[in-house]
Design a protein around this ligand. Structure first.
Ligand code: SAH
Length: 255
């Protein structure tokens, strides 16, 4: 079980597989006032940077599930490196439908809401693993400005993903309103910006170039080269201008 190979190449050197810098991830961790022993669940945990650094900085414990064997292996190494391997565990698997045995205080899905079939489905899935009064964290794109055409919307993601349509994302006020409609209150948020998007997207280019230099005869080299050639312009023309991204902290409405 694995994700498409292009991601295991272009994001192999990423610790954070979304448009957050380490500083933004730390800002979010601090903003949530996490207490030692807080239990977290992370669906689509990638290379484990959120669980590992928050275990180190705030003493949380938790579990991450991810479909990429490479990212899961990197997460386990990172936990050892940061001295938190006794606090966090990483499971290689499909997180779709995953419900934890032990309920979590914080249940997260950061930049992988297709796992639950979209934002609403993912909130519903995470809620099944959540303690009463717990926090849900959703990392999700939104339109910084509405694309004028479907062609512009399609340009907001690389050709290796499902084509994006205008209707796939909301503008920020609508996204926040949608959480309310699902019965949740927004209690915190940290948003990406264009510079933090660059750390996600531009960081892939050097990784791809280095991979091409090391693997010139690989069958996949043509695909990687085509991506490296087209990505920078595509990214600055469309994605960097139109697509926003943030992590939203939600609590079920009381009463
Ligand atoms: N939350 C991480 C990773 C985000 S990228 C971070 O912020 O760094 C999306 C992640 O979802 C990738 O690591 C990918 O391997 C994982 N993924 C994709 N489909 C999945 C599935 N069905 N179950 C579990 N993980 C999945």
């Amino acid at each position: 079980m694995d994700i498409p190979r292009i991601f295991n190449i272009s994001e192999s050197a990423h610790r954070i597989h979304n448009p957050f810098t380490p500083e933004k991830l730390a800002t979010l961790g601090a903003a949530l006032h996490l207490k030692p022993g807080v239990r977290m669940l992370d669906l689509g945990s990638g290379s484990g940077e959120m669980l590992c650094t928050w275990a180190r900085d705030h003493g949380i414990i938790g579990t991450g599930i991810d479909m990429s064997p490479l990212f899961t292996a990197q997460a386990k190494l990172r936990a050892k490196e940061l001295g938190v391997a006794n606090q966090v565990e990483f499971i290689h698997g499909n997180a779709a439908g995953y419900v934890a045995d032990k309920k979590a205080d914080v249940a997260a899905c950061i930049g992988a809401t297709w796992i639950g079939g979209g934002v609403a489905g993912t909130i519903h899935l995470l809620a099944k693993s959540l303690c009463a009064g717990g926090l849900i964290l959703i990392g999700e794109p939104y339109w910084r400005q509405l694309p004028p055409t479907e062609e512009v919307a399609r340009g907001c993601d690389s050709e290796h993903s499902e084509p994006i349509s205008i209707s796939d994302f909301l503008i920020l006020p609508e996204l926040l309103a949608s959480f309310g409609e699902l019965g949740y209150e927004l209690v915190e948020m940290v948003l990406a910006n264009q510079d933090s998007w660059d750390r996600y997207e531009a960081a892939k280019w050097l990784t791809m170039r280095r991979w091409l230099d090391a693997n010139p005869k690989d069958d996949f080299a043509k695909v990687v080269q085509a991506q490296l050639t087209s990505e920078p312009e595509r990214y600055v023309k469309y994605q960097r201008e139109y697509l926003g991204w943030g992590v939203f902290a939600l609590m079920a409405r009381g009463g």
